[in-house]
Design a protein around this ligand. Sequence first.
Ligand SMILES: C/C(=C\C(=O)SCCNC(=O)CCNC(=O)[C@H](O)C(C)(C)COP(=O)(O)OP(=O)(O)OC[C@H]1O[C@@H](n2cnc3c(N)ncnc32)[C@H](O)[C@@H]1OP(=O)(O)O)C(=O)O
Length: 364
Amino acid sequence: MTDDDSIEWTDPDTFARALERAETKEKGNYFEDFAEGAVLDHDRGLRLTRWGNETWMSQTLNHDPAYWRTDAARERGFDEPPIHPDYLTAATLGITVEDLSEKGGYFLGRTDVRFPGAPVSPGTELRVESEVVSTATSSSRPQYGIVTWRTRGRDAETDDVLCSYERTNMIPRREPLETDGSGAAAAEDDGDGDDPAPDLPETFVTPDGGSYEDFVAALEDAADRDAAVAYRHERGRTQDDVTVASLPLATLNTAKQHHNADAMADAPSGDIVTYGDVTRSTALGHARSDERTWREVGFDDESFHTFVTPGDTVYAFTRVLEADDDSSAPEEAGTVRFEHVAFNQNDEPVYSGIRTAEIQKRSR
Ligand SMILES: C/C(=C\C(=O)SCCNC(=O)CCNC(=O)[C@H](O)C(C)(C)COP(=O)(O)OP(=O)(O)OC[C@H]1O[C@@H](n2cnc3c(N)ncnc32)[C@H](O)[C@@H]1OP(=O)(O)O)C(=O)O
């Protein structure tokens, strides 16, 4: 019998042999672990602090004064600077990663992002639960399945739902599917460029300002002719250690994609990647800097198209879809629907989504 104590375990050769034989205590769940209808109460939770909010908002260039200064917050109808919906969304998702997606895979998209409990005060403690909505086979990637969850972030004290959305990830299978490869081949065929690129509108209209009336005027200008209200924002944000690793960890997001460069060296990205919510929030920050936001209403059809890695720069492009002075908006604002696209320094789209926001009227 070997006397363990007589072994020099940290001798490099001995240790390397020991590591080869040691079983790894794995983290996260495989695709097969998710059953439709199952509800997961996430153990983790976090206090939504001013510090967390301000760190997230400053680093993603979201500098709307109502989230920073009490007088500006009060002009906007808040008692104090509230927790921003982007940080609330990112924190709600971050908490879920340990149970839902730490095993790896890809955050593909999200829809029906709503904030029924807004505004949220700093100091609120967040408790999060997710229900498995659907599980599906990936026809292009047999080693993965596709899972959709409905996640709700609640005020731990009152149980009120503060943030709710449906999110879809590719999740690794414990047992890859046997296929004849036709799914992968079909997926590859899709990118051959056989379909001619559709023509773009002849004219791109840029709103004169960022008030509700400016969006209405731009849409009227573009109506009944071959034109779209579409423009780009000047600001860019190069991804660094803070945006790639620190911000997701501050939301308790344990996805190795964001902070374990060793594990990611062999992944398709070859590097750690930016948390989707950082990419998205950064692009939205650029867009908001060119408008007079009143409140965020919701987000739909969000997709993450390709990876963002350290050194990449996130820019934003906006298309205005419609403006409506509806009764649901307060008298100070009208409702505008935007499509925002985040793109990188090579002009490749990395995120897109539909955003509904109340935008202040000029007269106010
Ligand atoms: C949080 C968190 C992690 C992160 O934040 S990671 C950073 C954000 N996400 C990313 O960086 C992923 C970027 N996306 C990609 O690199 C590519 O889209 C990807 C995932 C490599 C897939 O590329 P493809 O060219 O293969 O894309 P397809 O359009 O063919 O999609 C593959 C299959 O997925 C299905 N799908 C795509 N989008 C959605 C969606 N929004 N909802 C539902 N399903 C979607 C698509 O239908 C394809 O299905 P097949 O059956 O044909 O395989 C964290 O850890 O959670």
